[in-house]
Design a protein around this ligand. Structure first.
Ligand SMILES: Nc1ncnc2c1ncn2[C@@H]1O[C@H](COP(=O)(O)OP(=O)(O)OP(=O)(O)O)[C@@H](O)[C@H]1O
Ligand SMILES: [Mg+2]
Length: 395
């Protein structure tokens, strides 16, 4: 059995709007469509048997068109509305079992929500808006202003502490909303279309900033959007919703390259693969890798045998040291020089496994060799040749 405790774990979640909602859940109605249930019982199925899990520190994007149930899900997750059936676990605890007091504490300490319309308090200055959640927690004035000031700086609004929301642009107000959520230092952020009201340029800017922030903060985020590009950019995983059901869930790459239904295919048909496919999934094991301690003659023989014009040189623990060509060794063969001394580091193109193809292409244009994929410690993981790069983009 899987023992991992996920930060969020949702199982068999239903939300049916209307009186006596259980009627929609009876087994004889299991195969009825949402419309049929609405016609027959006057009930609206908002969420239908949803299950998903979010590991700590990841961004889970819920994407779907208007009316697919995204906000209903967000509201159920913090019990702004009550689910009809199912489990919603945070760190293993089912919040549907929480007492009012537990629930208050959960909302106050563990979770923060960011809405599309910012929901700022108009008569409070930015600083007091951001400090609001901390005030609710009962934190003293000095401490909450200090924490609020830091959150304001985090979202790039330093200097705006004493302005009123009405004196700021939509994008800035959205940052205030984000700062307010961050100020309480929640484990989990639920963001319901937070950037939808923004101009495309500002929106992209906010997305980039969220990506940067998240790489530092590593919050667990449920991010709701109806924009596919936004979903692909932000999500570690994406759930596509339609009529209250998750029709597919997976990494951005899986969603784009392996759509499971016609609906998802249509959604993703115009997405550039170069934007979602990462180095790690197109890299290959090279035929020859030379260890720094290897004898130059043996290295040359191995390269010739494999018809490899060039080969990477690695040290202990597979740390990438450089690249060697047959020509380089041939010239030095008799000079008692080690392969490490012969290896070149200039012109060595490297990338990380998480880099998108789109961002590798410029590298490929600059190097005559393959592109080496290395991890954060500099360990060699694999290589990408130009052909793999092109193939990754089209097939
Ligand atoms: N309080 C309610 N009573 C009855 N039906 C509701 C209620 N709230 C939501 N619904 C219905 O549930 C469905 C999902 O609504 P929801 O607001 O979750 O959609 P959404 O995906 O957030 O859409 P949008 O992108 O427009 O925000 C809709 O059909 C809506 O009419
Ligand atoms: Mg909504």
């Amino acid at each position: 059995m899987d023992q991992t405790i996920y930060q969020i774990e949702v199982k068999g979640l239903w939300k049916v709007f209307g009186s006596r909602p259980e009627r929609a859940l009876q087994s004889e109605n299991a195969n009825k469509s949402r419309d049929e249930i609405q016609d027959e019982f006057g009930l609206v199925v908002g969420l239908r048997d949803l299950s998903f899990r979010v590991p700590r520190g990841q961004t889970f994007v819920v994407m779907g068109l208007s009316g697919s149930g995204k906000s209903t899900l967000a509201r159920c997750l913090i019990r702004l509305i009550e689910a009809t059936r199912g489990e919603i676990r945070f760190d293993g605890e089912n919040i549907l079992d929480h007492s009012q007091e537990d629930l208050r504490q959960f909302r106050r300490d563990k979770i923060a929500m960011v809405f599309q319309n910012y929901a700022l308090l108009p008569h409070r200055r930015v600083l007091d808006n951001v400090a609001y959640g901390l005030e609710v927690q009962g934190m003293d004035k000095d401490s909450r202003y200090k924490a609020a000031g830091e959150a304001i700086e985090t979202v790039g609004l330093k200097g705006w502490e004493y302005y009123y929301p009405s004196e700021m642009s939509g994008g800035m107000q959205q940052r205030v909303g984000l700062a307010r959520a961050l100020a309480v230092d929640p484990d989990v952020l639920i963001m319901d279309e937070p950037f939808s009201g923004l101009d495309p340029l500002i929106r992209r800017e906010m997305q980039d900033e969220l990506v940067m922030l998240q790489s530092e903060l590593q919050k667990t985020i449920v991010f709701i959007t109806h924009d596919l590009d936004e979903a692909l950019k932000l999500g570690d995983r994406i759930a596509i919703m339609r009529d209250g059901v998750i029709v597919q869930e997976g990494t951005p790459e899986e969603i784009v390259t392996r759509p499971e239904t016609d609906y998802v295919s249509e959604f993703v048909q115009d997405v550039s693969r170069a934007k979602v496919i990462r180095a790690g999934s197109i890299m290959a094991d090279p035929d020859v890798v030379i260890h720094e301690g290897q004898d130059a003659r043996a290295a040359l023989a191995a390269m010739r045998e494999n018809n490899a014009e060039a080969a990477y040189v690695v040290g202990d623990g597979d740390i990438l040291k450089g690249v060697l060509t047959q020509a380089l060794i041939t010239g030095l063969e008799n000079d008692k020089i080690t392969v490490l001394e012969a290896a070149r580091t200039e012109g060595l193109a490297t990338t990380s496994p998480g880099t998108f193809i789109e961002n590798i292409i410029p590298l490929a244009a600059e190097t005559e060799h393959f592109i080496a994929v290395v991890d954060e410690e500099g360990r060699f993981l694999g290589e990408i040749d130009r052909r793999a790069l092109l193939a990754g983009m089209v097939d």
